[in-house]
Design a protein around this ligand. Structure first.
Ligand code: NAP
Ligand code: G4F
Length: 337
């Protein structure tokens, strides 16, 4: 991997699935990485503990700051102190079903949070002479009811408060690019998963549920809509695409996905088979509490632009992704129990 000497990046959402992979990628490329961490009453840094460096280490490359997307003053303070060349906004209330329960909070963090960073960068770029770049984590959830395949020109018809909040942040990112000349890009990423995926998203819920059943801790796995179709890729590869977007001569938006779609049922079937548990029908029950007031039925990425301009291609196949996640959870439960 080519080393990029002395560049400084700031990641909002460094403790999340993508934030942890992006931090690894940037550190490997030679960046100094700063990350914003929310204050919590228990440790919330499990995904980046392996990257932690002692504050007394004079040559350390990873720095953490307390902050919250609700707090514009601190965002501004951190940006002014760190003086980043690249800012990645991966922070969000990122759960679609939860966004129906807490729509106002979701809009404040997932929508307005991005605007708070953009406002801080508008002033900061005057100071740096326009040298700062901004990445916004946009989402295929923004397409909502728009028929597949979805690309950069597909209209947004969001079907959740989360999707609507992401559309707001996406539009603001474009506006700051056009109105203020900020190097601002949006990566419209389709679902991407990994062993670090949050435990309440469907893929990880399934693989973790299987591990618990195998370990004798549970008898059943309760799920919602098995008919929804998603374009599922592998998170580390998608994080590499974020970096590629930031290295382009001009800021631009890109759709990132695999171009393949599968139902939740297919994921379940393959995962139970992989774990050697036989038919999933013995274990899975439908619980309507996991249905959503509105659903995104089908997502399929048209990634021609990313392939052409970024030379980016997904590598991990659906069945391999399922395998990686199933065995990670089975092994994790073996160690713990
Ligand atoms: P994730 O695992 O849920 O991570 C979200 C991150 O945001 C965590 O670090 C979280 O901190 C932080 N965060 C939440 N609320 C915050 C607040 N008020 N202030 C500061 N930080 C806050 O999500 P992900 O899967 O890595 O996704 C990264 C980004 O891409 C998100 O914006 C998501 O909406 C978007 N996205 C994800 C996908 C996908 O399939 N994964 C697809 C498209 C777009 P804690 O660790 O303390 O909770
Ligand atoms: O895993 P999910 O919760 O992901 P969803 O809603 O597609 O959102 C994820 O991808 C977006 C990109 O398109 C991101 F922007 C967003 O931040 C997040 O990472 O649900 C996937 C599908 C849905 O159709 C849901 O109804 O699985 C269905 N599902 C069925 N049973 C379930 C369950 N989802 C969850 N979370 N839990 C269930 O028990």
């Amino acid at each position: 991997m080519a080393k990029t000497k002395n560049k400084t990046a700031l990641i909002f959402g460094i403790t999340g699935q993508d934030g942890s992979y992006l931090a690894e990628i940037l550190l490997k490329k030679g960046y100094v990485v700063h990350g914003v961490v929310r204050r919590a009453s228990t440790f919330n840094t499990a995904r980046i503990n392996h990257l932690y460096q002692d504050p007394h280490n004079k040559s350390r490359k990873l720095f953490l700051h307390h902050g919250d997307l609700a707090d514009a003053g601190t965002i501004r303070k951190i940006i002014n102190k760190v003086k980043p060349e690249e800012v990645y906004n991966l922070a969000a209330q990122s759960h679609v079903k939860v966004s129906f329960e807490i729509p106002e909070y979701t809009m404040d963090i997932t929508g307005n949070g991005a605007l708070r960073i953009l406002e801080a960068l508008r002033d900061f770029q005057t100071e740096t002479g326009g040298k700062v770049k901004f990445y916004q984590a946009s989402s295929s959830e923004m397409f909502g009811a728009a028929p597949p395949p979805q690309n950069e020109k597909t209209p947004f018809i969001p079907q959740s408060p989360y999707g609507a909040a992401k559309v707001f942040a996406h539009n603001m990112t474009n506006l700051y690019r056009d109105a203020y000349g900020l190097f601002a890009v949006s990566g419209i990423l389709f679902n991407h998963e990994s062993p670090r995926r949050g435990e309440t998203f469907v893929t990880r819920k399934i693989t973790r549920g299987i591990a618990r059943i195998k370990a004798g801790l549970d008898k059943k796995l309760y799920l919602g809509n098995l008919d929804a179709k998603r374009d599922w890729g592998h998170s580390p590869e998608f994080c590499e695409a974020m970096w590629l977007m930031m290295q382009q001569p001009k800021p631009n938006d890109f759709v990132i996905g695999t171009g393949e779609t599968h139902t939740v049922r297919e994921f379940v079937e393959l995962a139970f088979k992989e774990a050697g548990l036989g038919s999933w029908k013995k274990y899975v029950e439908i619980d309507p509490q996991y249905y959503r007031p509105a659903e995104v039925n089908i997502l399929v990425a048209d990634t021609r632009k990313a392939k052409k301009v970024l030379k980016w291609q997904p590598k991990t196949k659906f069945k391999d992704l399922v395998k990686i996640m199933v065995w990670n959870d089975i092994n994790e439960f073996k160690v713990k129990n």
